[in-house]
Write a protein that binds this ligand. Structure first.
Ligand SMILES: NC(=O)c1ccc[n+]([C@@H]2O[C@H](COP(=O)([O-])OP(=O)(O)OC[C@H]3O[C@@H](n4cnc5c(N)ncnc54)[C@H](OP(=O)(O)O)[C@@H]3O)[C@@H](O)[C@H]2O)c1
Length: 242
């Protein structure tokens, strides 16, 4: 297996202000990547940027609301204006909802689809011209174990993540000949604000650490052989296999 250098590689991570996105940003900055941190709260992103810079890394904060219809477009416009290119796109921003179908409003359904499925689609679309000349050109979409298993009270969230996986499969085939690497990561319960918000019943001692996911992502980006990983599914150890 060949080691791939991330030094000076431009890496955009949506949802980088906390949780999985933040852990991932810190890990990839250790590899020398230039991190573009996306989220709604600029003050939270700046704290992550400070942490990265204290360790000698480089980061740029970009505030964007990906629940807006043109959120992805506005975000990538700033890249295009500065003629910036991109090597890696990590579609990580996401929102969850725990509610029975009868109590899921059209507004909630639309919002979850906009953040979890629509924005990754249009971020990929807008990022392709910026990535085309990169040697690395990699897209990582963060789905969830619920996407293929289906969980009660999470039908809207599950639908959005199932859509993300379907999109990723098509994209991987569509872009294979152009040298793109498309990976999907599907975690089970991770110890972040999201899970404690929607599943207060979960025993937090058993949750996966966000840093563990960051290590899987570091591996996907820094190691290359003749094999290719399409999808990594990571359940909590306490859950049943498969
Ligand atoms: N935690 C889990 O158990 C788990 C399991 C499977 C999959 N996942 C997936 O992993 C990803 C990260 O989740 P997490 O657990 O790290 O969640 P988190 O701690 O709640 O962080 C979510 C991130 O997304 C950003 N975000 C949310 N809404 C946004 C919007 N409208 N526009 C731009 N950014 C937005 C947040 O920043 P702002 O609030 O500042 O915008 C934050 O940085 C999500 O896609 C989630 O579905 C999580």
């Amino acid at each position: 297996m060949k080691k791939i250098s991330l030094i000076n590689k431009k890496i955009l991570i949506s949802g980088a202000s906390r949780g999985i996105g933040k852990a991932c940003a810190l890990a990839l900055s250790e590899e020398g990547g230039i991190l573009y941190l996306v989220g709604r709260s600029l003050s939270s992103l700046n704290k992550v940027k400070d942490e990265i810079e204290k360790k000698g890394g480089r980061a740029v904060c970009l505030s964007a609301d990906l629940s807006e219809a043109d959120g992805a477009e506005k975000l990538l416009a700033s890249f295009k204006e500065q003629s910036l290119d991109l090597d890696v796109l990590i579609n990580n921003a996401g929102i969850a909802l725990s509610a029975p179908i009868e109590k899921t409003s059209q507004e909630e359904w639309d919002r979850i689809m906009r953040v979890n499925a629509r924005s990754p689609y249009f971020l990929c679309q807008g990022a392709l011209p910026l990535m085309e000349s990169s040697q690395l050109k990699t897209i990582i979409n963060i789905a969830s174990v619920v996407a293929t298993q289906g969980y009660p009270l999470q039908s809207a969230y599950t639908a959005s993540k199932h859509a993300l996986i379907g999109f990723s499969k098509s994209l991987a085939r569509e872009l294979q000949e152009r040298g793109y690497r498309i990976h999907v990561l599907s975690p089970g319960g991770v110890a972040t604000d999201m899970v404690t918000g929607v599943r207060p019943d979960i025993n937090t001692d058993e949750l996966i650490a966000p840093e563990e996911l960051a290590e899987w992502i570091r591996f996907l980006l820094t190691v290359k052989g003749n094999g290719m990983v399409d999808h990594i599914s990571i359940r909590r150890e306490s859950k049943l296999p498969w």
